[in-house]
Design a binder for this molecule. Structure first.
Ligand code: MLT
Length: 199
């Protein structure tokens, strides 16, 4: 993966794996990462799929309708990327911070590759795989931030994702914010508190 890496400036902070939304790139979320976990190492890959010129982390057939074979393939490749980046940069297992499409691939990564992530902040995530298979990641902390008026992620879908992650053993905190699909100040405040607590 093409990516950006910012080394830690403070010892002992868990690194962040930053996963952008559709149309973003590897530099997009670096300022957000610095805001959410000051001093932490930041690892930020670019999604390998292009949709009308816009980078994404996996293919979709339509908005909210995913090519699940591609989700599996890309989640596996991202897991391998995290492994080689950890080795190259000497990193502990990272906490993912994903927005929209980036949150969806982070959810797929959690479900398919327990142990790759120390935890995750999933902003406006939805169910990435109808049949994720049995994962076991006991106690992995996950903060799911949904928007009550999100036109892309139905409330029922976010509930289903929460249940899937919990069934796989994650410790999920699901907050529904008075927001749409966009990322706002409440997301930042809640993610920052969560990472200060769990990271
Ligand atoms: C997706 O395709 O992952 C979701 O629809 C979110 C998005 O990227 O808009």
């Amino acid at each position: 993966h093409r990516h950006r890496f910012e080394p830690a400036t403070e010892a002992g902070r868990v690194p962040l794996l930053l996963l952008h939304g559709t149309g973003g790139d590897e530099t997009d979320l670096l300022p957000l990462g610095a805001l959410l976990a000051p001093g932490a190492a930041l690892l930020s890959p670019r999604g390998e799929v292009l949709e009308n010129g816009m980078p994404r982390f996996f293919r979709r057939l339509a908005e909210g309708v995913f090519d699940e074979a591609d989700v599996r393939l890309r989640a596996d490749r991202l897991a391998a990327f995290v492994g080689s980046a950890r080795e190259a940069y000497g990193l502990a297992a990272p906490m993912a911070v994903g927005f929209s499409n980036g949150a969806n691939i982070a959810a797929a990564l959690l479900l398919r590759h327990p142990g790759v992530l120390a935890g995750a902040v999933l902003i406006r995530a939805m169910v990435p795989l109808a049949e994720p298979g049995a994962a076991g990641f006991a106690g992995t902390p996950v903060l799911l931030l949904s928007g009550a008026s999100d036109p892309i992620v139905p409330a029922e879908n976010a509930e289903r994702l929460t249940a899937l992650l919990q069934a796989a053993g994650a410790a999920v905190e699901h907050r529904v914010l008075p927001a749409g699909h966009g990322l706002g100040q409440m997301d930042i405040a809640l993610a920052r508190d969560f990472l200060a607590r769990e990271g």
